[in-house]
Design a protein around this ligand. Structure first.
Ligand code: AMP
Length: 390
Protein backbone atom coordinates (compact mmCIF):
# COMPACT_ATOMS: atom_id res chain seq x y z
CA UNK A 1 0.00 0.00 0.00
CA UNK A 2 1.35 3.42 -1.02
CA UNK A 3 2.06 5.87 1.81
CA UNK A 4 -0.33 8.79 1.31
CA UNK A 5 1.58 12.01 0.66
CA UNK A 6 -0.91 14.74 1.41
CA UNK A 7 -0.50 18.17 -0.17
CA UNK A 8 -2.96 20.67 1.39
CA UNK A 9 -4.51 23.67 -0.40
CA UNK A 10 -2.12 26.62 -0.40
CA UNK A 11 0.76 24.45 -1.66
CA UNK A 12 2.02 24.54 -5.26
CA UNK A 13 1.19 21.88 -7.82
CA UNK A 14 3.74 21.55 -10.60
CA UNK A 15 2.47 20.60 -14.05
CA UNK A 16 4.79 19.30 -16.74
CA UNK A 17 3.28 20.63 -19.96
CA UNK A 18 1.57 23.91 -20.77
CA UNK A 19 -1.27 22.99 -23.14
CA UNK A 20 -5.04 23.24 -22.69
CA UNK A 21 -5.12 20.27 -20.32
CA UNK A 22 -2.69 22.09 -18.05
CA UNK A 23 -4.83 25.20 -18.31
CA UNK A 24 -7.99 23.35 -17.23
CA UNK A 25 -6.02 21.66 -14.42
CA UNK A 26 -4.83 25.10 -13.33
CA UNK A 27 -8.38 26.51 -13.33
CA UNK A 28 -9.53 23.61 -11.16
CA UNK A 29 -6.49 23.94 -8.88
CA UNK A 30 -7.16 27.62 -8.32
CA UNK A 31 -10.73 26.79 -7.35
CA UNK A 32 -9.39 24.33 -4.77
CA UNK A 33 -6.97 26.93 -3.42
CA UNK A 34 -3.68 25.57 -4.77
CA UNK A 35 -0.89 27.53 -6.41
CA UNK A 36 0.31 26.38 -9.84
CA UNK A 37 3.71 25.95 -11.40
CA UNK A 38 3.99 25.14 -15.11
CA UNK A 39 7.03 23.73 -16.89
CA UNK A 40 6.68 24.06 -20.64
CA UNK A 41 8.83 24.22 -23.72
CA UNK A 42 6.50 26.78 -25.30
CA UNK A 43 6.37 30.56 -24.71
CA UNK A 44 2.95 31.95 -23.66
CA UNK A 45 1.30 28.54 -23.44
CA UNK A 46 -2.37 28.12 -22.43
CA UNK A 47 -1.40 26.63 -19.06
CA UNK A 48 1.28 29.19 -18.25
CA UNK A 49 -1.25 32.03 -18.64
CA UNK A 50 -2.87 30.84 -15.39
CA UNK A 51 0.21 29.80 -13.46
CA UNK A 52 1.95 31.42 -10.48
CA UNK A 53 5.36 30.05 -11.51
CA UNK A 54 6.47 29.31 -15.06
CA UNK A 55 9.66 27.79 -16.39
CA UNK A 56 10.07 27.76 -20.17
CA UNK A 57 12.77 25.29 -21.19
CA UNK A 58 13.11 22.05 -23.13
CA UNK A 59 12.10 18.93 -21.14
CA UNK A 60 15.64 17.66 -21.74
CA UNK A 61 17.08 20.57 -19.71
CA UNK A 62 17.46 18.63 -16.47
CA UNK A 63 18.85 21.55 -14.47
CA UNK A 64 15.70 23.55 -15.36
CA UNK A 65 13.56 20.58 -14.27
CA UNK A 66 15.53 20.47 -11.00
CA UNK A 67 14.89 24.20 -10.44
CA UNK A 68 11.18 23.65 -11.16
CA UNK A 69 10.98 20.81 -8.63
CA UNK A 70 12.47 23.15 -5.99
CA UNK A 71 9.60 25.60 -6.47
CA UNK A 72 6.66 23.15 -6.29
CA UNK A 73 5.34 20.61 -3.76
CA UNK A 74 4.17 17.86 -6.11
CA UNK A 75 4.57 17.22 -9.84
CA UNK A 76 2.03 15.86 -12.30
CA UNK A 77 1.61 15.81 -16.09
CA UNK A 78 -0.73 17.18 -18.71
CA UNK A 79 1.39 15.68 -21.46
CA UNK A 80 2.94 12.23 -21.37
CA UNK A 81 5.80 12.65 -23.82
CA UNK A 82 8.13 13.97 -21.14
CA UNK A 83 11.53 12.23 -20.99
CA UNK A 84 11.67 9.70 -18.15
CA UNK A 85 14.91 11.39 -17.02
CA UNK A 86 13.00 14.66 -16.38
CA UNK A 87 10.35 12.87 -14.30
CA UNK A 88 13.08 11.05 -12.34
CA UNK A 89 14.93 14.31 -11.57
CA UNK A 90 11.70 15.84 -10.25
CA UNK A 91 11.05 12.71 -8.20
CA UNK A 92 14.32 13.16 -6.30
CA UNK A 93 12.83 16.26 -4.72
CA UNK A 94 9.00 15.92 -4.66
CA UNK A 95 6.31 13.27 -5.23
CA UNK A 96 5.61 12.73 -8.95
CA UNK A 97 2.25 11.26 -10.00
CA UNK A 98 1.50 9.19 -12.02
CA UNK A 99 4.73 7.36 -11.26
CA UNK A 100 7.35 7.55 -14.06
CA UNK A 101 7.14 3.74 -14.45
CA UNK A 102 3.53 4.18 -15.66
CA UNK A 103 4.69 6.93 -17.96
CA UNK A 104 7.26 4.54 -19.41
CA UNK A 105 4.47 2.12 -20.42
CA UNK A 106 2.13 4.83 -21.73
CA UNK A 107 4.79 6.51 -23.86
CA UNK A 108 5.10 3.58 -26.21
CA UNK A 109 2.24 2.04 -28.19
CA UNK A 110 3.91 -1.39 -28.29
CA UNK A 111 4.48 -1.45 -24.53
CA UNK A 112 0.95 -0.30 -23.68
CA UNK A 113 -0.75 -2.79 -26.02
CA UNK A 114 1.42 -5.61 -24.66
CA UNK A 115 0.51 -4.63 -21.09
CA UNK A 116 -3.24 -4.60 -21.82
CA UNK A 117 -2.93 -7.94 -23.61
CA UNK A 118 -1.15 -9.41 -20.56
CA UNK A 119 -4.08 -8.17 -18.45
CA UNK A 120 -6.29 -10.47 -20.56
CA UNK A 121 -8.07 -7.96 -22.81
CA UNK A 122 -8.36 -7.77 -26.58
CA UNK A 123 -6.24 -5.18 -28.35
CA UNK A 124 -6.14 -4.07 -31.99
CA UNK A 125 -3.98 -6.70 -33.75
CA UNK A 126 -0.47 -5.25 -34.10
CA UNK A 127 3.14 -5.93 -35.01
CA UNK A 128 6.24 -3.99 -33.93
CA UNK A 129 8.24 -2.45 -36.79
CA UNK A 130 11.93 -1.83 -36.14
CA UNK A 131 13.28 -2.04 -39.69
CA UNK A 132 12.05 -2.03 -43.30
CA UNK A 133 12.35 -5.82 -43.30
CA UNK A 134 9.65 -6.07 -40.59
CA UNK A 135 7.01 -4.46 -42.84
CA UNK A 136 6.23 -7.35 -45.20
CA UNK A 137 5.61 -10.07 -42.57
CA UNK A 138 3.73 -7.55 -40.39
CA UNK A 139 1.44 -6.55 -43.26
CA UNK A 140 0.77 -10.23 -43.97
CA UNK A 141 -0.18 -10.72 -40.33
CA UNK A 142 -2.39 -7.69 -39.67
CA UNK A 143 -3.24 -6.37 -43.18
CA UNK A 144 -4.15 -5.96 -45.94
CA UNK A 145 -5.43 -2.61 -44.65
CA UNK A 146 -3.39 -1.31 -41.74
CA UNK A 147 -2.35 1.81 -39.84
CA UNK A 148 1.36 2.53 -39.44
CA UNK A 149 2.11 4.68 -36.38
CA UNK A 150 5.24 5.88 -34.61
CA UNK A 151 5.59 3.86 -31.40
CA UNK A 152 6.27 7.01 -29.40
CA UNK A 153 5.46 10.72 -29.42
CA UNK A 154 2.47 10.65 -31.81
CA UNK A 155 -0.68 12.56 -30.89
CA UNK A 156 -3.84 13.93 -32.53
CA UNK A 157 -3.33 11.88 -35.66
CA UNK A 158 0.28 13.02 -36.11
CA UNK A 159 2.81 10.29 -36.80
CA UNK A 160 0.40 7.84 -38.41
CA UNK A 161 -1.13 6.90 -41.73
CA UNK A 162 -3.30 4.24 -43.36
CA UNK A 163 -1.46 1.82 -45.67
CA UNK A 164 -2.85 -0.91 -47.93
CA UNK A 165 0.25 -2.17 -49.74
CA UNK A 166 3.90 -2.89 -49.05
CA UNK A 167 4.95 0.07 -51.21
CA UNK A 168 2.66 2.42 -49.29
CA UNK A 169 3.93 1.01 -45.99
CA UNK A 170 7.56 1.53 -47.03
CA UNK A 171 6.80 5.08 -48.11
CA UNK A 172 5.00 5.85 -44.87
CA UNK A 173 7.81 4.26 -42.81
CA UNK A 174 10.30 6.55 -44.56
CA UNK A 175 8.01 9.53 -43.91
CA UNK A 176 7.90 8.60 -40.22
CA UNK A 177 11.71 8.66 -40.13
CA UNK A 178 12.53 4.92 -39.90
CA UNK A 179 12.15 4.97 -36.11
CA UNK A 180 10.36 2.39 -33.96
CA UNK A 181 6.80 1.99 -35.27
CA UNK A 182 3.75 -0.20 -34.83
CA UNK A 183 1.63 -1.62 -37.63
CA UNK A 184 -1.97 -2.09 -36.55
CA UNK A 185 -4.84 -3.78 -38.31
CA UNK A 186 -7.27 -1.17 -39.63
CA UNK A 187 -10.41 -1.66 -37.50
CA UNK A 188 -13.67 -0.86 -39.35
CA UNK A 189 -15.12 0.07 -35.99
CA UNK A 190 -18.81 0.46 -35.16
CA UNK A 191 -17.99 3.17 -32.65
CA UNK A 192 -15.05 4.69 -30.82
CA UNK A 193 -15.26 4.71 -27.05
CA UNK A 194 -13.18 5.93 -24.14
CA UNK A 195 -13.20 5.61 -20.37
CA UNK A 196 -11.61 8.06 -17.95
CA UNK A 197 -10.62 6.53 -14.61
CA UNK A 198 -9.26 8.31 -11.54
CA UNK A 199 -7.34 6.46 -8.83
CA UNK A 200 -6.27 7.94 -5.52
CA UNK A 201 -3.22 7.16 -3.41
CA UNK A 202 -5.21 4.74 -1.21
CA UNK A 203 -6.35 2.76 -4.26
CA UNK A 204 -9.81 4.40 -4.36
CA UNK A 205 -11.08 4.19 -7.95
CA UNK A 206 -13.84 6.02 -9.84
CA UNK A 207 -14.83 6.33 -13.50
CA UNK A 208 -17.37 8.31 -15.50
CA UNK A 209 -18.77 5.42 -17.49
CA UNK A 210 -18.08 5.27 -21.21
CA UNK A 211 -17.84 8.22 -23.60
CA UNK A 212 -18.78 7.75 -27.23
CA UNK A 213 -16.41 9.60 -29.56
CA UNK A 214 -16.23 10.60 -33.20
CA UNK A 215 -12.98 11.60 -34.90
CA UNK A 216 -12.32 13.60 -38.05
CA UNK A 217 -8.93 13.05 -39.74
CA UNK A 218 -7.79 10.99 -36.73
CA UNK A 219 -8.51 13.91 -34.36
CA UNK A 220 -11.35 13.90 -31.81
CA UNK A 221 -14.32 15.91 -33.05
CA UNK A 222 -17.05 15.20 -30.51
CA UNK A 223 -17.90 13.09 -27.44
CA UNK A 224 -21.22 12.16 -25.89
CA UNK A 225 -22.24 10.61 -22.60
CA UNK A 226 -23.95 8.28 -21.92
CA UNK A 227 -22.94 6.22 -24.97
CA UNK A 228 -25.47 4.51 -27.22
CA UNK A 229 -24.14 0.99 -26.64
CA UNK A 230 -25.28 -2.23 -24.97
CA UNK A 231 -24.76 -2.49 -21.20
CA UNK A 232 -22.50 -5.54 -21.82
CA UNK A 233 -20.12 -3.41 -23.90
CA UNK A 234 -20.16 -0.64 -21.33
CA UNK A 235 -19.27 -3.08 -18.54
CA UNK A 236 -16.44 -4.58 -20.56
CA UNK A 237 -14.98 -1.17 -21.39
CA UNK A 238 -15.13 -0.02 -17.78
CA UNK A 239 -13.62 -3.26 -16.52
CA UNK A 240 -10.72 -2.87 -18.95
CA UNK A 241 -10.04 0.71 -17.85
CA UNK A 242 -10.29 -0.04 -14.14
CA UNK A 243 -8.10 -3.14 -14.42
CA UNK A 244 -5.41 -1.25 -16.32
CA UNK A 245 -5.46 1.57 -13.74
CA UNK A 246 -5.04 -0.95 -10.94
CA UNK A 247 -2.34 -3.01 -12.63
CA UNK A 248 -0.31 0.10 -13.42
CA UNK A 249 -0.87 1.41 -9.86
CA UNK A 250 -2.18 4.68 -11.25
CA UNK A 251 -2.30 7.73 -9.03
CA UNK A 252 -4.06 10.42 -11.02
CA UNK A 253 -6.24 10.15 -14.10
CA UNK A 254 -5.98 7.79 -17.04
CA UNK A 255 -7.99 7.46 -20.24
CA UNK A 256 -8.28 4.33 -22.35
CA UNK A 257 -9.36 4.68 -25.97
CA UNK A 258 -11.24 1.73 -27.41
CA UNK A 259 -12.82 0.52 -30.64
CA UNK A 260 -16.14 -1.33 -30.70
CA UNK A 261 -15.71 -3.82 -33.55
CA UNK A 262 -18.57 -4.69 -35.92
CA UNK A 263 -18.86 -8.07 -34.14
CA UNK A 264 -19.34 -6.33 -30.79
CA UNK A 265 -15.83 -6.82 -29.37
CA UNK A 266 -14.14 -4.11 -27.32
CA UNK A 267 -10.59 -3.58 -28.62
CA UNK A 268 -8.00 -1.51 -26.77
CA UNK A 269 -6.40 1.21 -28.92
CA UNK A 270 -4.33 3.37 -26.60
CA UNK A 271 -4.03 4.91 -23.17
CA UNK A 272 -3.19 8.38 -21.91
CA UNK A 273 -2.07 8.82 -18.28
CA UNK A 274 -3.73 12.24 -17.91
CA UNK A 275 -7.06 14.00 -18.40
CA UNK A 276 -8.36 13.44 -21.91
CA UNK A 277 -10.19 15.49 -24.54
CA UNK A 278 -13.15 13.07 -24.38
CA UNK A 279 -13.44 13.81 -20.64
CA UNK A 280 -13.84 17.58 -21.01
CA UNK A 281 -17.61 17.21 -20.66
CA UNK A 282 -17.03 16.11 -17.03
CA UNK A 283 -16.45 19.80 -16.16
CA UNK A 284 -20.17 20.54 -16.49
CA UNK A 285 -21.73 17.06 -16.47
CA UNK A 286 -20.35 15.69 -13.19
CA UNK A 287 -19.92 16.97 -9.62
CA UNK A 288 -16.13 16.61 -9.87
CA UNK A 289 -14.39 16.93 -13.24
CA UNK A 290 -11.50 14.79 -14.50
CA UNK A 291 -9.21 17.74 -13.67
CA UNK A 292 -10.42 17.95 -10.07
CA UNK A 293 -9.92 14.18 -9.72
CA UNK A 294 -6.33 14.41 -10.91
CA UNK A 295 -5.60 17.18 -8.39
CA UNK A 296 -7.29 15.31 -5.56
CA UNK A 297 -5.38 12.13 -6.40
CA UNK A 298 -1.93 13.70 -6.67
CA UNK A 299 -2.53 15.72 -3.50
CA UNK A 300 -3.48 12.61 -1.52
CA UNK A 301 -7.08 13.76 -0.99
CA UNK A 302 -10.26 11.69 -1.24
CA UNK A 303 -11.58 11.57 -4.81
CA UNK A 304 -14.54 13.77 -5.76
CA UNK A 305 -18.08 12.58 -6.49
CA UNK A 306 -18.90 11.28 -9.97
CA UNK A 307 -22.56 12.14 -9.54
CA UNK A 308 -24.09 13.13 -12.90
CA UNK A 309 -25.56 16.60 -13.08
CA UNK A 310 -27.67 15.93 -16.19
CA UNK A 311 -29.01 12.87 -17.98
CA UNK A 312 -26.74 13.50 -20.99
CA UNK A 313 -23.89 15.69 -22.20
CA UNK A 314 -21.98 16.38 -25.41
CA UNK A 315 -18.70 18.11 -26.20
CA UNK A 316 -17.57 19.38 -29.59
CA UNK A 317 -14.06 20.62 -30.31
CA UNK A 318 -13.39 24.02 -31.83
CA UNK A 319 -10.53 23.74 -34.30
CA UNK A 320 -8.52 26.37 -36.13
CA UNK A 321 -10.73 25.63 -39.18
CA UNK A 322 -13.39 27.92 -37.63
CA UNK A 323 -11.22 30.96 -38.39
CA UNK A 324 -11.01 32.35 -41.94
CA UNK A 325 -7.55 32.94 -43.40
CA UNK A 326 -6.26 34.68 -46.51
CA UNK A 327 -3.83 33.01 -48.91
CA UNK A 328 -0.87 34.09 -46.76
CA UNK A 329 -2.43 32.47 -43.68
CA UNK A 330 -3.38 35.80 -42.04
CA UNK A 331 -6.73 35.78 -40.19
CA UNK A 332 -9.46 37.66 -42.05
CA UNK A 333 -12.41 36.63 -39.86
CA UNK A 334 -12.85 35.42 -36.27
CA UNK A 335 -15.60 32.94 -35.44
CA UNK A 336 -18.92 34.64 -34.69
CA UNK A 337 -18.79 34.41 -30.87
CA UNK A 338 -21.93 36.57 -30.44
CA UNK A 339 -24.11 34.19 -32.44
CA UNK A 340 -22.73 31.20 -30.57
CA UNK A 341 -23.20 32.75 -27.14
CA UNK A 342 -26.93 33.18 -27.89
CA UNK A 343 -27.12 29.39 -27.45
CA UNK A 344 -27.60 29.77 -23.75
CA UNK A 345 -27.44 26.10 -22.79
CA UNK A 346 -23.90 25.86 -24.18
CA UNK A 347 -20.68 26.28 -22.25
CA UNK A 348 -17.80 27.82 -24.17
CA UNK A 349 -14.17 27.04 -23.31
CA UNK A 350 -11.35 28.83 -25.15
CA UNK A 351 -7.75 27.92 -24.49
CA UNK A 352 -6.10 31.31 -24.95
CA UNK A 353 -4.00 30.22 -27.94
CA UNK A 354 -2.78 33.32 -29.76
CA UNK A 355 -2.40 31.81 -33.21
CA UNK A 356 -5.19 29.69 -34.66
CA UNK A 357 -4.02 27.17 -37.25
CA UNK A 358 -5.73 24.48 -39.28
CA UNK A 359 -5.81 21.31 -37.19
CA UNK A 360 -5.12 23.16 -33.91
CA UNK A 361 -7.49 22.66 -30.96
CA UNK A 362 -8.57 26.16 -29.94
CA UNK A 363 -11.42 25.39 -27.55
CA UNK A 364 -14.56 23.33 -27.04
CA UNK A 365 -18.28 23.63 -26.33
CA UNK A 366 -20.18 21.45 -23.84
CA UNK A 367 -23.95 21.06 -23.60
CA UNK A 368 -26.18 19.23 -21.13
CA UNK A 369 -29.56 17.79 -22.15
CA UNK A 370 -32.14 15.09 -21.55
CA UNK A 371 -30.69 12.69 -24.15
CA UNK A 372 -27.30 12.23 -25.85
CA UNK A 373 -28.89 13.00 -29.23
CA UNK A 374 -30.30 16.29 -27.99
CA UNK A 375 -27.04 17.26 -26.30
CA UNK A 376 -25.07 16.60 -29.47
CA UNK A 377 -27.61 18.43 -31.62
CA UNK A 378 -27.35 21.53 -29.41
CA UNK A 379 -23.56 21.45 -29.36
CA UNK A 380 -23.35 21.11 -33.14
CA UNK A 381 -25.84 23.93 -33.64
CA UNK A 382 -23.79 26.19 -31.37
CA UNK A 383 -20.64 25.33 -33.31
CA UNK A 384 -22.35 26.01 -36.63
CA UNK A 385 -23.39 29.42 -35.29
CA UNK A 386 -19.69 30.30 -35.14
CA UNK A 387 -19.63 30.20 -38.91
CA UNK A 388 -22.68 32.45 -39.27
CA UNK A 389 -22.28 34.92 -42.14
CA UNK A 390 -20.84 38.22 -40.93
P1 AMP B 1 -4.68 7.19 -32.05
O1 AMP B 1 -3.61 8.22 -32.12
O2 AMP B 1 -4.16 5.79 -32.00
O3 AMP B 1 -5.66 7.46 -30.94
O4 AMP B 1 -5.52 7.33 -33.41
C1 AMP B 1 -6.31 8.47 -33.69
C2 AMP B 1 -7.57 8.04 -34.44
O5 AMP B 1 -7.21 7.44 -35.70
C3 AMP B 1 -8.41 6.99 -33.73
O6 AMP B 1 -9.23 7.56 -32.76
C4 AMP B 1 -9.18 6.42 -34.94
O7 AMP B 1 -10.21 7.28 -35.36
C5 AMP B 1 -8.12 6.37 -36.02
N1 AMP B 1 -7.38 5.09 -35.92
C6 AMP B 1 -6.23 4.88 -35.23
N2 AMP B 1 -5.86 3.58 -35.30
C7 AMP B 1 -6.79 2.95 -36.02
C8 AMP B 1 -6.97 1.58 -36.43
N3 AMP B 1 -6.08 0.63 -36.11
N4 AMP B 1 -8.07 1.29 -37.18
C9 AMP B 1 -8.96 2.26 -37.53
N5 AMP B 1 -8.84 3.55 -37.17
C10 AMP B 1 -7.77 3.91 -36.43
Amino acid sequence: MTRVRRIPPGKTIGILGGGQLGRMLAISARQLGYRIGVFTSEVNSPGAQLADEVIVAPYEDLSAVHRFAQRVDVVTFEFENVPASAAKIAQERVPVWPDPTLLFVAQNRIREKSEVQRAGFLVTPFAPIRSVADLEPALKRVGPKAVLKTATAGYDGRGQGIVSSLEAAEEMYAELGYGECILEAFVPFERELSVVVARGQTGELVDYGVFENAHVDHVLDCSVSPPRIEPRVEEQARLLARTVAERLELVGVLCVELFLSPSGEVLFNELAPRPHNSGHLTIEAYSASQFEQQLRAVCGQALGSVHRRAPAAAMVNLMGELWTYDLDGAIVREPDWQSMLKHRACHLHLYGKRTPRLGRKMGHITTLAETPELALQKALAARSALLAAA
